[in-house]
Design a protein around this ligand. Sequence first.
Ligand code: TGC
Ligand code: FAD
Length: 390
Amino acid sequence: QDTFESVDFYAIDDLLSEEHLLIRQSMREFVKKEISPFIEDWSQKAHFPKEIVTKFGEVGAFGPQIPTEYGGGGLDYIAYGLIMQEIERGDSGMRSTVSVQGSLVMYPVQAFGSEAQKKKYLPQLASGKMLGCFGLTEPDHGSNPSGMKTHFKDMGDHYLLNGAKMWISNSPQADIAIVWAKNEKGRIHGLIVERGMEGFTTPETHNKWSLRASCTGELVFDNVKVPKENLLPGKSGLGAPLMCLDSARYGIAWGALGAAMDCYDSAKRYALERIQFDKPIASFQLVQKKLAEMLTEITKAQLLVWRLGKLKNEGKATTAQVSLAKRNNVAMALDIAREARQIHGGMGITGEYPIMRHMMNLESVVTYEGTHDIHLLILGQEITGIPAFK
Ligand code: TGC
Ligand code: FAD
């Protein structure tokens, strides 16, 4: 039974509106009913439960920040963050599915798409009738997407797309892919590629030890004819996908907090129940130190994302501020997962507790959407004005 209790040591709930609290509560109940009872089994079996996609659509998890006229939630960024926090409390892989759909597929269609593209895709994506994925990373271009090789040629009445993307969340099950590719002049554009287009395949990546309930795969384009109306007309250049990443990275900063809270909650309960040397292990100073430091780091991370959410609502959040939060909160969650694993002793490596699953998941989260070190370099560039990437 899922007995999760969240953390609110600094009365941060007082900073939230009634609507925020209601949204968080309904998402928490959704996770308790639709994710927690099954997630261990899905993860052990490396099974992506496709039926969760329509359920996420029904509960309003896809594109909460997208305007209602296109089927989105029309909510603010604090609400969006709280939804990510609750879902990742359930599992980072589930949050991945939702982040990709909302921030990496719906967002670019809404921000850079034509009116016809918005009408065609957004309501379908919001309701979960359609699943999307986002193809930026390539086998030889991960942290450095500007070097991408995937390209398209103007053939008069259509584009001809060739190349390959790797490590793409949702790809084996996705109905559409937002694909970033270069034109003949080397300029990056977004194309909407639909399943069923000839020459387009999505081989699955097997044997992951992380995000096992999320499906990951490649996108392979072998002379794919893409209709001209499938090019996103509103923005080109690397800045376009990087804007999508700003939105998804923001959600991850909140999501990681959910995973951290789940590990802390489990560790606290276990420490109070587990008896060694005739006492609960919670009575030993070394265990109390671990718990006190977890609470401290969670509280700091909560304040960070709350303030970042306010800045995002005002349209003032910068890329570097988002990097700081994504980097800090994911590393914080990973540290807490590792410490919580210690508190659970041998039980911590089993599926009886969520700890090891969160820990393994977070190893992907600390790498995708910009690695821990790439975010450090984004901050370094912000401080010094000097990019140290190249
Ligand atoms: P750089 O020269 O800095 O910039 C290129 C152009 O982009 C502009 N720009 C931005 N525009 C809008 N928003 C931003 N955040 C922007 N950042 C930069 C910039 O002004 C420039 O414009 P212009 O007009 O001068 O061309 O680019 P760079 O090639 O040096 O790269 C910088 C770097 C390393 C920070 C960037 O490439 C980066 O962030 N790399 C990390 C790659 C990454 O995060 N990949 C994520 C793939 S998607 C994913 O992982 C999904 S997981 C999903 C899940 O399952 O949850
Ligand atoms: P590399 O870029 O090869 O980096 C390897 C190491 O080198 C890292 O430690 C990195 O920090 C370091 N490094 C690289 N450059 C520098 C530098 N200049 N200075 C210092 N250190 C450096 N991508 C998508 O497009 N869409 C998705 O949906 C998606 N989903 C993913 C799901 C999973 C489960 C995973 C694991 C990845 C996913 N990715 C996705 C890809 C992800 O964004 C990349 O893995 C990530 O950007 C890092 O690229 P890479 O793995 O090629 O590592």
